[in-house]
Design a protein around this ligand. Structure first.
Ligand code: NCD
Length: 352
């Protein structure tokens, strides 16, 4: 059965908890000298990256390899995409390798949904334009849960360029689903209208930041800005930078990376013990292993992983059935040819 992860909305709280538990069991594998289990032996994972990426692409690749999958990684630059091949043609061409899963990052909102229609493989959205980046949200939940021991009731402030951030959208949904109280804060020009509907409050100043248990800072995404959204980066930093003056000793600091040092974060707080930034990167591998496993192997005979997964979580997950929503074409109208540079609207209508 084909299973995909396109949005955090595909996941119920119990699904998220199961993924976090499983990631924890894979953390044990990552601690070994030989960091490999045979769970996806003989399966092919295709990583298709149409946009710059360091952490996400490397951790998906490593995750697939640690599960013994074969991996093919294609970057738009240097591929036939560079020669004008459409996303659809590329996906259909690479489907000849019979991948079990396609991991796609692209600058177009909604591209992952389209890819899911064009390939019989499962699809993981590794970031689609400004829309969603579900595995980032999952690794952030995992990192925070490992540090604090709980998520319920935590006050999380997401600060900065919310408008251009797919991480913000996925994280608001994910933190809210896990029982956190989410506030987004930033200059009004960088807060999308009606963002509250995702389950958060909005503030345009950091006056009440002291109440936060967790400060999740976002990068100023200058590459997505076609106009000036703030008078200057200096003024932005003056009002919204998380620095030693604003970060209180009881607060945890997170950031998805890459960080603009001296803009959204001061150098001092990046290196403080309160910052979980490098733990977030580390969590990327085990959480993506858990997602690949969940989509491709759970429900099957757990040869190999049964031997390696040490926690009761893995046993629980063996019983889980179809928890990550299967995504079926909903019949609504979308362009079927996507040329690089073309912006896709998010598919309308209810999710299955
Ligand atoms: C994020 C992204 O690409 O959306 N980074 C990441 O995946 N580690 C956030 C960002 O680019 O600011």
């Amino acid at each position: 059965m084909k299973r995909s992860l396109l949005s955090i909305e595909d996941l119920a709280r119990a699904d998220i908890e199961r993924i976090l538990d499983r990631a924890e069991s894979f953390a044990e594998v990552s601690g070994r000298a030989i960091k490999k289990v045979p769970a996806l032996r003989g399966r092919t994972v295709l990583n298709l990256f149409y946009e710059a990426s360091t952490r996400t692409s490397s951790s998906f690749e490593l995750a697939a390899k640690r599960l013994s999958a074969d991996t093919v990684s294609v970057r738009a630059q240097g591929s036939a995409v560079d020669k004008g091949e459409s996303l659809k043609d590329t996906v259909q061409t690479l489907s000849a390798y019979d991948p079990a899963l396609v991991v796609i990052r692209s600058p177009w909102a909604g591209a992952a949904e389209l890819v899911a229609r064009w390939t019989p493989a499962g699809v993981v959205n590794a970031g689609d334009g400004k829309r969603e980046h579900p595995t980032q949200a999952l690794l952030d939940l995992y990192t925070l849960w490992r540090r604090v021991g709980r998520l319920d009731g935590l006050k999380v402030w997401i600060v900065g360029d919310v408008l251009h951030s797919r991480v913000a959208r996925s994280n608001i949904l994910a933190f809210a689903r896990m029982g956190c109280e989410v506030t987004v804060a930033g200059p009004p020009t960088l807060i999308p209208r009606e963002i509250e509907s995702l389950g958060c409050r909005v503030r345009s100043s950091l006056d009440e930041l002291g109440e936060a248990d967790v400060i999740y800072a976002l990068r100023m995404q200058r590459e997505r800005m076609e106009e000036a959204f703030v008078p200057s980066l200096r003024e932005y930093a003056e009002r919204y930078q998380i620095d030693a003056r604003r970060l209180q000793p009881h607060q945890i600091l997170m950031h998805p990376g890459p960080v603009n040092r001296g803009v959204e974060l001061s150098a001092q707080v990046i290196d403080s013990p309160q910052a979980l930034i490098s733990q977030q990167v580390e969590s990327g591998v085990v959480v993506r292993m858990a997602v690949l496993y969940e989509l491709l192997a759970s429900g099957e005979e757990e040869e190999g992983v049964a031997a390696s997964a040490t926690t009761a979580a893995a046993a629980r997950a063996r019983d889980a059935d179809g928890a990550v929503a299967e995504r079926l074409p909903d019949g609504s109208e979308h362009p079927i040819e996507v040329a690089p540079g073309e912006h896709l609207a998010a598919p309308a209508g209810p999710r299955p």
